[in-house]
Design a protein around this ligand. Structure first.
Ligand SMILES: C[S@@+](CC[C@H](N)C(=O)[O-])C[C@H]1O[C@@H](n2cnc3c(N)ncnc32)[C@H](O)[C@@H]1O
Length: 276
């Protein structure tokens, strides 16, 4: 099942409207920047108004091009990035999978109990490892990725849902296990996602994370941070997020954490804090 969230009350149309407004605002900001830069250039470089505005256009548009889609609302950019990559995702992830994931998906799926929700299910690579009964629910923001996940979901008897993991169309305390594999790195707002995850988990439910993270080697970690200067603005991809710290900040208690592949991969099991 794929639900685009355009049902009664139309929250998705309201979100689209907001997204459009933000896009107009981004372009308005660009236009204002062009004019301001034009004025500065005209004042200090002493060139004519026309040339100054042209230089402003080149600087601002060039800057936007170099920064990729950095000015777009983050969720729209994430959706677009994964829609664009969806048909090649399995091919692209294969070397990463061999290098970093190993038996990680099987480990994550092996922790699943009761009703399972997978956030950022992507092309459904973890869905196939999950128990078929009760049917797991795979949520993703990208219709392209969900389309690719279709046959895996059918084989696994799972249900697919198009939604933002930070705003799940699920009732409180309705899920026993939430799984996330290689997904927090791509989430525009991991704190909101984990808080939402806590809302839908039963008090005795568990959060299972298999995520990449900061390498133990300072050299590799510095390289990851350098790469992030490009991957974050361009693809919304964070290489050094700490899943355990994010889970604790969102109100979970850690039951298990382990570090793999030189710290590049973390496995986390957490439970919602019950002391509130
Ligand atoms: C790197 S892929 C990982 C896919 C899959 N979990 C795997 O292990 O191969 C990240 C996925 O998270 C999805 N995603 C990112 N932000 C999301 C959000 N806020 N809500 C739902 N899905 C999201 C992306 O569309 C993408 O499919």
């Amino acid at each position: 099942m794929a639900d685009d969230g355009a049902g009664g009350g139309n929250p998705s149309r309201a979100r689209d409207h907001l997204t459009n407004e933000r896009t107009y605002l981004a372009w308005l900001r660009t236009a204002v920047n062009v004019m301001a830069l034009g004025l500065v250039i005209a004042k200090f470089v002493h060139v004519g108004g026309g040339r100054a505005v042209a230089a402003g256009v080149i600087l601002v548009v060039g800057g936007r091009f170099l920064m990729g889609s950095a000015n777009q609302p983050a969720l729209t950019r994430t959706r677009q990035v994964y829609d664009a990559v969806a048909s090649r995702y399995d091919q692209l992830i294969a070397p990463v999978e061999r290098l970093l994931v190993g038996d990680g998906r099987r480990w994550a799926a092996g922790q699943a109990r009761g009703q399972v929700l997978e956030i950022g299910t992507g092309t459904g690579r973890t869905l196939t490892e999950l128990p078929a009964d009760p049917a797991a629910v795979g949520v993703d923001i990208s219709l392209g990725m969900l389309h690719q996940a279709g046959s895996r979901a059918r084989d696994a008897g799972a249900v697919l849902l198009a939604a933002d993991a930070a705003r799940l169309p699920l009732t409180d305390a309705s899920i026993d296990t939430v799984i996330s594999t290689l997904t927090l790195c791509a989430m525009p707002d991991p704190a909101a996602t984990l808080t939402e995850t806590r809302r839908v988990l039963r008090p005795d439910g568990r959060l299972i994370l298999l995520e990449h993270s900061t390498a133990g080697s300072p050299v590799l970690a510095a390289l990851q941070r350098a790469l992030e200067r490009w991957t974050i603005p361009r693809y919304g991809e964070h290489l050094t997020r700490e899943p355990a710290a994010l889970a604790v900040a969102a109100g979970f208690t850690l039951e298990h954490t382990s570090s793999h592949r030189g710290g590049l991969v973390r496995r986390v099991i957490a439970r919602p804090c019950t002391s509130e």
